[in-house]
Write a protein that binds this ligand. Structure first.
Ligand code: F6P
Length: 540
């Protein structure tokens, strides 16, 4: 290793990447593919039924070399070791981030016996609920990391809810969502699972109280204890709410909300899928943990995915990324990744509190394919600012007509090929000539029918979407997010940026109730005045 200080090595690595960019900026992806028939083999990696194809990014072997130098300069290997050793990687909150321990059922690590005890308690609870046929409906109440992962997992792995238990998810404090969540439910057969690490999140508590009032009104106060379970690090608060200890499941401070699916926060999924399938999901994530922990950087799926992410975001300057799962069971994956990536890495200061000085998390957005094609793909193909895309698909069909899977997958392949190749003027002209268009018409239409191409995409292909591969996929993105955070020098495990709005909401709530407007800006005061006026008009 070079004797330069770490920060100098890092600056040098970033600068080499910039210089390298200038050298390859003019090369089109089409040319890269034409020049190297082995490009796919060179820039793809398979592991445990998952294929990562990053060949349709604007990279060469030299780019990867520079990116790996950056990873070494940022000490990705050291941070990876610290993560798995349970070091205080979340320094601003003084915590470890030990979510990998949640899926390592053989571990002797910190917290392992507590994890095993909670899994055993979940197994008993799940068996009891599923055999007793007491509950036909589960309403999972939580928000952010306490809901997005479980919601995605349930939709991905139990899309048809064949178990006889229907699960619904309730997060927003909008009363409309509560009304929707309980519509048509029979209270006598409904279990509410309240997931909140703090048991203090305003939205979750508002919904939990509304649910408690609903149960009390339908079945009497004494029914509350039977119709609620909680998953929390604040056991006393859950018990004070009226949930008996046997139905309170433990969360720990070393599990961040957005990394908590693997804990009892996934209880509603376990109720629907069964505990065995839930644990298969843990096994998939653990397999990816082992790969991430042991594979060399250049053969490491999350590391490569992160390096491509940083190349696109920082060196090529693409400030957004689209996530397009070609599988409706993964429809909520974009929402899940939005929180995972943007809450983890949407930061402007380093772990040491200094300005990062470069771009961090891009804006992540998405929708399932083929729906997305008919909504915003126009911009992806012909908009002035390229947006890199992650395509995700499972080769084997899910439920429903099998004949439709090849159509779905063909669409995904066509989109990534079209983004990469584009259609140049000669091709567009030839096509219009073939269609018999007049020369003047061809001239008029030509600018509209040219596609620049050279638009990067990455494809993650799963053999099938089962609990194991689903766990693998999510852990891949978790570690990719962590590695990106290391490359940017930020703490990926805190989320101070969500605090200010929460704090101000107390003041604005008082404003709506009639408090004086002093201390608020004219926009906030003006809007509050209007809301109050319309509320008064409605009452009169
Ligand atoms: O939005 C901020 C946040 O703290 C998320 O990180 C977390 O997942 C969510 O709120 C819910 O918090 P809790 O589990 O404490 O209700």
């Amino acid at each position: 290793m070079s004797s330069l200080p770490a920060s100098r090595r890092l600056d040098t690595a970033w600068r080499s990447l910039e210089r390298h960019r200038a050298r390859i900026a003019h090369v089109h992806l089409r040319a890269l593919f034409a020049a190297d028939p082995k490009r796919f083999a060179r820039f793809s990696l398979a592991h445990d039924g998952i294929v990562l194809d990053y060949s349709k990014n604007r990279i060469t072997a030299e780019t990867v070399k520079h990116l790996l130098a950056l990873a070494r300069a940022a000490d990705v290997e050291g941070w990876r070791r610290r993560l798995f050793d349970g070091a205080l990687v979340n320094a601003s909150e003084g915590r470890a981030a030990l979510h990998p321990a949640l899926r390592d059922r053989t571990s002797r690590s910190k917290g392992a016996s507590a994890v095993r005890a909670t899994l055993a308690k979940m197994r008993d609870f799940v068996a009891d609920v599923r055999s007793g046929k007491r509950f036909r409906h589960v309403v999972h109440i939580g928000i952010g990391g306490s809901l997005l992962g479980p919601e995605l997992a349930c939709e991905a792995l139990a899309p048809l809810g064949e178990t006889g238990i229907e699960v619904r998810f309730l997060s927003n404090v909008d009363g409309t969502d509560f009304a929707r969540a309980i519509r048509g439910l029979d209270a006598a057969h409904t279990l509410f699972v309240v997931v909140s690490k703090t048991f203090a999140t305003a939205e979750t508590l508002a919904n939990a109280h509304a649910a408690r009032d609903w149960i009390a009104a339908k079945l009497g106060e004494s029914a509350i204890a039977r119709h609620f379970a909680a998953v929390t690090a604040a056991r006393a608060r859950a018990e004070a709410f009226g949930i008996p200890p046997r139905s309170v499941f433990e969360l720990w401070d070393w599990v961040g909300g957005r990394f908590s699916l693997w804990s009892a926060a996934g209880l509603s999924c376990a109720l629907v899928l069964g505990q065995d399938r839930f644990e298969e999901m843990l096994d998939g994530a653990h397999a990816l943990d082992t790969h991430f922990r042991t594979a060399p950087l250049g053969k490491n799926l999350p590391v490569l995915l992160a390096l491509v992410g940083v190349w696109n975001a920082n060196i090529l300057g693409f400030r957004a990324r689209a996530v397009i799962p070609y599988d409706s069971r993964l429809k909520r994956l974009p929402a899940y990744l939005q929180q995972l990536e943007m809450e983890s890495n949407g930061k402007s200061v380093t772990r040491e509190g200094r300005p990062v000085g470069r771009a961090t998390s891009p804006v992540v957005f998405g929708e399932s394919g083929t729906d997305a094609q008919h909504a915003f793909f126009q911009l992806l193909h012909q908009g002035p600012h390229p947006v890199p895309v992650d395509f995700i698909a499972a080769a084997e069909p899910g439920p429903g007509p099998e004949a439709q899977r090849p159509i779905l997958l063909a669409n995904m392949l066509a989109q990534s090929e079209a983004l990469m190749r584009g259609r140049d003027a000669a091709e567009a002209r030839a096509e219009m000539q073939k269609q018999g268009l007049a020369a003047a018409e061809i001239r008029r239409l030509l600018p509209h029918r040219v596609f620049a191409g050279n638009r990067p995409s990455t494809t993650i292909l799963l053999r099938r979407l089962d609990p194991f591969h689903f766990g693998l996929l999510l852990a891949l993105y978790e570690h990719k997010t962590f590695v990106e955070g290391v490359l940017w020098g930020v703490n990926s495990f805190d989320q101070w940026g969500v605090e200010l709005g929460k704090q101000l909401a107390d003041g604005t709530a008082r404003l709506l109730k009639g408090d004086k407007m002093e201390g608020h800006d004219s926009s906030t005061a003006g809007l509050a005045r209007q809301i109050r006026a319309w509320a008064a008009a409605r009452r009169s």
